[in-house]
Design a protein around this ligand. Structure first.
Ligand SMILES: Cc1cc2nc3c(=O)[nH]c(=O)nc-3n(C[C@H](O)[C@H](O)[C@H](O)COP(=O)(O)OP(=O)(O)OC[C@H]3O[C@@H](n4cnc5c(N)ncnc54)[C@H](O)[C@@H]3O)c2cc1C
Length: 350
């Protein structure tokens, strides 16, 4: 049977895929192996302006104006009020974005691409434009070649707990996790408490259990996965890649939601111009590549701070963290960092 034809195919219907799809009009196919919003892997912390600007503010569970960083015995509190953060409900957020899209959604696992033909468990589909938003594995851009152990991927594991708090916390404690950090992200009726290994060590469950037990906290269900900590390729051959599939998760802070939404939005606008005949595929690929390249230096800088976090003595880290929390540094960098990735309305220059 001849494969069904579409104007564009988007693989993966989480942050990146939904951000692309909501920009597209025409015959668009959105594929994911799970129902949209069904499988949460993230603590879902992001600036409050993100769900607001995307029209999914009802997904917000808790707003945070304070972040505490604990480095060894030192605790440093950041005032986030210039750009408050929030934690949100993954399912509500994703379903809200899906409702803004005209794409046909199909639940199926994607296995390969050859030329313009995408192979899935439900048969093959063809499109001149294909966007890989399938997360860290990058099922189309990487094929079967991805190896998460090489240091380019962080592993994160977290547990739902009943702990209630009124601010976000990161902690650097090398007895708990040697090359990484931990976090406590309150989500209204409890908190997600997790550990991340920048070295990509995936066996974090015993450490997390020990940590929670030591704090007298009863863990609920666990979830976790890898996410990249190095910017990868924005395009591979004729494929666009967005979000974790393109290594766009920020190093150090492990914020991957904003980049996936921002680059997804911009990629979606470019793809729409290709669908409309205003851009060739090659010109569209080049334009998206150039956009992502503009951020490579910033990613490299964050990667160096991540390196420092792993290797510098805790007292030095505490000193740097304290300096960054106060004037004159804090008002300079926090609004800039917190404003990264503001989603421009369709038609605005990239
Ligand atoms: C424990 C943990 C906590 C985190 N906390 C935060 C946080 O608080 N804030 C933040 O900004 N970032 C956080 N991150 C990082 C963030 O979750 C990711 O960077 C983000 O999810 C990337 O979005 P994405 O759309 O690129 O990929 P994903 O969210 O991974 O989505 C990929 C989608 O592709 C689908 N898919 C995969 N393979 C196939 C296939 N073969 N066929 C069909 N569909 C497929 C998947 O089902 C999924 O829906 C965290 C990560 C972890 C692991």
């Amino acid at each position: 049977m001849a494969p069904t034809e579409y104007a564009a195919i988007v693989v993966g219907a989480s942050f990146a895929g939904l951000a692309v799809a909501r920009q597209l009009r025409g015959r668009v196919l959105l594929l994911d192996r799970h129902e949209v919003g069904a499988v949460q892997t993230s603590a879902c912390g992001t600036p409050l302006w993100v769900p607001r600007e995307l029209g999914v503010e009802s997904s917000v569970l808790q707003v945070h104006e304070r972040l505490t960083v604990r480095a060894g015995r030192h605790a440093i509190t950041y005032d986030l009020s210039a750009v408050p953060f929030c934690t949100f409900d993954y399912r509500a957020f994703c379903q809200g974005l899906l409702a803004q899209s005209d794409a046909r959604f199909l639940r199926t696992a994607v296995s390969a691409i050859e030329d313009d033909r995408v192979t899935t468990a439900e048969g093959s589909f063809r499109a001149p434009v294909v966007v890989d938003c399938s997360g860290w594995r990058g099922v189309l851009v990487n094929g079967a070649t991805v190896r998460p152990e090489g240091g380019a991927y962080t592993f994160g594991l977290e547990a739902r707990t009943p702990v209630r708090d009124d601010g976000l916390t990161f902690f650097i404690d090398r007895d708990v996790v040697a090359q990484g950090m931990g976090w406590i992200f309150p989500v209204g009726d409890g908190s997600l408490i997790g550990l991340g290994s920048y070295a990509g060590r995936s066996k974090l469950r015993p450490q997390l259990e020990r940590y929670l037990k030591g704090q007298g906290i009863e863990p609920g269900p666990y979830h976790g996965t890898y996410f990249p900590n190095r910017l990868g390729h924005a395009t591979v051959g004729r494929l666009f890649a967005v979000g974790d599939a393109a290594g766009q998760c920020l190093p150090l802070t492990a914020e991957g939601i904003r980049p996936a939404l921002y680059f997804g939005s911009e990629c979606g606008k470019i793809v729409q111009r290709i669908i409309d005949g205003a851009l060739t595929l090659d010109a569209g690929l080049a334009s998206y590549r150039a956009l992502v390249e503009r951020y490579r230096r910033a990613y490299r800088m964050l990667w160096w701070v991540q390196y420092l976090t792993v290797h510098a003595p805790t007292t030095l880290l505490a000193l740097i963290t304290r300096m960054a929390a106060h004037r004159p540094l804090h008002p300079r960098w926090w609004p800039r960092y917190g404003g990264f990735g503001r989603i421009q309305p369709a038609g605005a220059p990239a």
